[in-house]
Design a protein. Structure first.
Length: 356
């Protein structure tokens, strides 16, 4: 009884080899027949410029298309088949045709532009790992000319085949969903590609909100991000750029210019509170600017502290509330040394007015 592994289809391996030999002879006959038909088509319409000698035809002459269509109809084939025969026969003169190579391989290699390269290509058959011999196949010829193969073998060929199949958005979405469910596949994706994919997916506000919520639930990631000044201040700068200048402010005033320079991260990012702030960080400098702004506002408020009334220094009147404290002020006392500061007593070298 014949072993099943020694059978190919419904025949034994020995019978299969016999059939292959017979089929090879028939293919050679078919190739010769197709070349002969191509030569006939070339005799009817030699290769000329597009449209032939009479592109539009005349009363007595046919165009190339009309002549080939008539020939195809008379022999019972499609005009496209006749055009393939004619084109291949023209690209492969009779002396350059390779015996034992199918007409299909000749037609594929006919796209090689340079004639010398074309003649050399058909003499160099690729190696077939299945048979262990050098022989031509349609896919082997397509690899030579750079066409898409019918049976992809290499990684690049498989990627190209997948790209062709996933041109439809619905198919691509299902394939991407299945791939993301395979951890072994995602491990081979580089961090830069992962960041790019996440950026594309989070363009939707709802998705971005859910992703952000999930990230904030990871204390290590949130803490590391919040301690990075560059990462933390990026949304602040973006919000200030989007908001634009304050329409009620006057950039010409010094106080308004200072207000524009003072960021408000505590109001924009309340989650920063409670985290350590380095002395030189933008958040710490913002706090210093805010305290200075409050001090200037308090100094300029009427009735809060004495202010200078001009270049002349008015004297203190008897009814002034400053008179009772004037006599006790000495040059060595600290309030007098701090003259001129907001909320401090004036020095003994200055004369102040009780009026605001």
């Amino acid at each position: 009884m014949t072993d099943v592994s020694d059978r190919i289809g419904n025949v034994t391996r020995q019978r299969y080899e016999q059939l292959v030999t017979q089929a090879t002879e028939l293919i050679a006959q078919i190739a010769r027949s197709q070349f002969a038909l191509g030569d006939m088509a070339l005799e009817i319409e030699p290769m000329r410029s597009v449209g032939g000698s009479m592109p539009n035809g005349t009363d007595g002459l046919f165009t190339v298309t009309e002549s080939l269509q008539m020939f195809a109809d008379d022999i019972g084939v499609e005009r496209r088949t006749v055009e393939d025969w004619r084109y291949t026969a023209n690209r492969w003169p009779e002396k350059r045709r390779k015996e034992g190579v199918s007409f299909t391989v000749h037609r594929i290699l006919a796209s090689v532009v340079d004639e010398d390269e074309r003649w050399a290509a058909i003499e160099d058959a690729p190696f077939n790992p299945r048979t262990g011999a050098r022989q031509w196949t349609p896919d082997g010829a397509k690899r030579v000319v750079g066409q898409r193969v019918d049976r992809p073998v290499t990684v690049d060929e498989k990627v190209q085949a997948v790209a062709d199949l996933t041109r439809d958005d619905e198919v691509a979405a299902q394939v991407a969903t299945d791939l993301l469910k395979r951890p072994a596949v995602t491990e081979h994706v580089t961090p830069a590609e992962k960041v790019r994919v996440v950026t594309e997916l989070t363009m939707d506000d709802t998705v971005a909100q859910q992703v952000t919520t999930g990230l904030l639930r990871r204390p290590d990631v949130a803490r590391k991000t919040m301690r990075d000044d560059t990462t933390r201040m990026r949304p602040v700068r973006q919000l200030r750029r989007d908001a634009g200048p304050d329409p009620g402010a006057h950039p010409g005033r010094p106080r308004d210019r200072a207000h524009h320079r003072v960021p408000r991260p505590g109001r924009l990012l309340p989650q920063l509170r409670g985290h350590p702030r380095p002395p030189g960080s933008p958040v710490a400098r913002a706090g210093v600017h805010r305290r200075r702004a409050r001090d200037r506002e308090a100094a300029d408020r009427p009735g809060s502290v004495p202010r200078r009334t001009g270049s002349k220094e008015p004297s203190i009147t008897a009814s002034s509330p400053w008179t009772s404290s004037w006599s006790s002020c000495s040059k060595a006392s600290r309030p007098c040394r701090d003259a001129g500061r907001p909320g401090r007593w004036p020095s003994t070298t200055a004369t102040w007015s009780a009026s605001p």
